[in-house]
Design a protein around this ligand. Structure first.
Ligand SMILES: Cc1ncc(C[n+]2csc(CCOP(=O)(O)OP(=O)(O)O)c2C)c(N)n1
Ligand SMILES: [Mg+2]
Length: 622
């Protein structure tokens, strides 16, 4: 089979430095000749002879040429042609399919994989119905600006070729419309050459910053047509995504002058890559400028939270110390900060923002009319229209050192040891159980206080779910586990019970493909966030607060989360109901995960938020 080598590897040789770190940085490269390199157990028997070539064979070959490593999917007749080609034409390898029980999980796994590896994988969903299941996760991926190649199928578009009933049900005249408002591009190619071009273009667009999902809808008739010999595939290196642009030198120089002459410069480290090299450059820039740094719990780790320059615990909303640091600053360097305007508003209230703002972001390329995920419009005295990864090395080189003493480090947060099973108790147990060990936190639960655990490496924490669509946690954790397999770093998802229960079948996918992971389900047996809302409304209306649990609590009967895990081939631990039992449970879970298992701990936490989701000092539950 004349299969190409793929743009990632080609670029490694030709090599714009900007994207070097996107090349399989963790785990092993799959090797077409080595079946053991395949994840899990699904190795097809060889297919005798390749006499006839079909449209979907060309699509599968193109996916390999594009170096798409995995396709998470739930099957469907609309892509039975492609399914066959993936198994029997390219041997279920590069891309390897990963079976998921729900399309939302399939897309969330691809999302989590991209978060952990800075590398795109694919997902395949059946016609309109699979796509409808997938929409929530596509929105999360869109809001999180991760690349995703979403393949779908329809038809046959030619009505004369449709089977009665079902093919008609599963054909829509504009399927892409279901997700067009939160994808970068979609296409329904009408021929094999058009499909190959659509894949090239889709992969290019998805991986060009600002990144995001693209959707290619493959007509069943195109997939199932006999096409004669495999067409010569295009040289994918010639269709590679562009490296992020370098901002004009005068603007970089101006930004550097502003920062170096500031009295109190501050860096807001937002959406950044998982590259350690870039991480080190951000640290070097902060140290050169003696700039305070704030970080955001919505994004992956972007700066060491225990660095003396780090201003205060990160939160979903701005904490008191970070807020003060923003108010104290006279020049702010925002590195693709999610919701810059809203964050400035949290610090300044109705007062004007007195600091000069340098905004490093190209996110505005993605802002459109349907979704307000662009957030409020931030003020900026200078815009560097690129990604932080492209701008920071230039700013580092252009900035003069600020020769002032290092500002005093923020006082470390402190509180008495937990005496009840709470998020704090879980944090203390996790910190003790992982001292000196490398884990990757793929998700944190609502209510986590950002002071509970430090992040010292870009893979220590991967951020939130993007679109605040509950149910992402399990898939994100499994996607991270997929990216990190073989790296020695265990993916750990701390997820709410609501988040877990909505999409818990990701556990089966992890168990089936032998992807070690640890889930700590912070189980307050409630969609508690909304109890807080009901309480607020009841207070405002002078109605009984005691009723806030109705329509919220998952009790009577309690859901046995450890049994759900065991039912899917994972290890189930718990319910853990005593503080003293949490640490042993986590230690046991990590040991099992290091031995290759998928582990789920049901930790019965008290309802109540330690951080009030605001990064404020821990409150109620000790
Ligand atoms: C898809 C979706 N459905 C509903 C909501 C509204 N919502 C926000 S948080 C939340 C509760 C989530 O429960 P859990 O994961 O157990 O966290 P807890 O609030 O209990 O800490 C809900 C239902 C949402 N954000 N997304
Ligand atoms: Mg809950």
């Amino acid at each position: 089979m004349p299969l190409g080598a793929g743009y990632h590897r080609r670029q490694a040789a030709g090599s714009p430095a900007e994207i070097d770190h996107r090349i399989l940085p963790y785990g092993k490269t799959m090797n077409a000749k080595d079946p053991a390199a395949r994840t899990g157990v699904e190795q097809p028997v060889p297919s005798a002879g390749q006499g006839e070539i079909w449209g979907s064979d060309a699509v599968a070959a193109m996916l390999r040429a594009l170096d798409v490593p995995y396709l998470a999917l739930n099957p469907g007749a609309s892509f039975r042609g492609l399914h066959d080609s993936l198994v029997n034409y390219i041997g279920n390898e590069r891309p390897q399919m990963l079976l998921c029980v729900h399309e939302e999980v399939a897309v969330a796994i691809a999302h989590g994989y991209a978060k952990a590896s800075d590398r795109m994988m694919g997902a395949v969903v059946h016609s309109n119905v699979g796509l409808m299941h997938a929409t929530m996760a596509v929105f999360n991926a869109w809001c999180d600006r991760v690349p995703l190649l979403l393949l779908g199928a329809t038809g046959p578009w030619d009505a004369a070729k449709r089977r009665p009933w079902i093919d008609w049900l599963h054909t829509a005249s504009d399927q892409g419309a279901l997700i067009r408002d939160y994808t970068k591009w979609d296409n329904q190619p009408a021929s094999v050459p058009a499909a190959l071009e659509a894949l090239l273009r889709g992969v290019q667009i998805a991986n060009t910053a600002p990144r995001g999902p693209v959707y290619v809808n493959l007509d069943a008739a195109v997939q199932e047509a006999k096409i004669g010999p495999l067409p010569v595939l295009p040289d994918t290196a010639r269709y590679a995504p562009a490296a992020s642009p370098e901002p004009p030198r005068e603007l970089v120089a101006k930004a550097a002058r502003l920062l170096a002459s500031a009295q109190a410069p501050l860096i807001m480290a937002g959406r950044c890559s998982r590259s350690l090299e870039r991480w080190n450059q951000r640290v070097a820039l902060a140290e050169k400028l003696k700039a305070r740094v704030v970080t955001d719990l919505k994004q992956g780790a972007a700066f060491p939270t225990d660095h003396p320059l780090h201003a205060g615990a990160p939160g979903i909303f701005l904490g008191a110390d970070s807020s003060q640091a923003l108010r104290d600053a006279d020049v702010i360097l925002a590195l693709d900060w999610n919701d810059l305007a809203g964050t400035l508003k949290q610090a300044y209230g109705a007062s004007p923002v007195k600091a000069k703002v340098i905004n490093v972001s190209c996110d505005m390329h993605l802002h459109r009319g349907w979704s307000m995920d662009h957030q409020a419009l931030p003020p900026a005295d200078l815009i560097l229209l690129t990604e932080p990864d492209a701008a920071v090395p230039l700013l580092l080189a252009a900035s003069a050192e600020r020769k002032v003493p290092m500002p005093a480090a923020a006082k470390p947060a402190g509180w008495p040891a937990a005496t009840q099973v709470s998020l704090l108790a879980i944090a203390e147990a996790l910190n003790a159980a992982t001292a000196g060990a490398e884990i990757c936190i793929a998700k944190l639960p609502l209510g986590w206080n950002g002071a509970y655990r430090h992040f010292r490496h870009p893979l220590d924490y991967l951020g939130h779910d993007g679109g605040a669509g509950v149910g992402a946690g399990p898939g994100l954790t499994v996607g991270a586990a997929l990216a990190l397999q073989g790296s020695g770093r265990i993916a750990v998802g701390l997820v709410g019970d609501g988040d877990f229960l909505m999409c818990n079948t990701a556990v089966w996918t992890a168990a089936h493909y032998r992807l070690p992971a640890l889930f700590i389900v912070c189980n307050n047996r409630s969609f508690y966030n909304d109890e807080v809302h009901q309480e607020r409304v009841a207070r405002e209306r002078a109605r009984p607060v005691e009723n806030k649990w109705i329509g919220q609590k998952m009790i009577d009967p309690d859901i046995d989360i450890a049994a759900i895990a065991r039912a899917q081939g994972a290890e189930g631990i718990g319910p853990v109901t005593r503080v003293a039992d949490i640490r042993p449970a986590i230690e046991n879970g990590l040991e099992l995960a290091r031995a290759g298992k998928v582990v789920v701990i049901d930790a019965r936490v008290l309802p109540g938020y330690d951080a009030n989701i605001s990064g404020a000092a821990p409150a109620a539950h000790r």
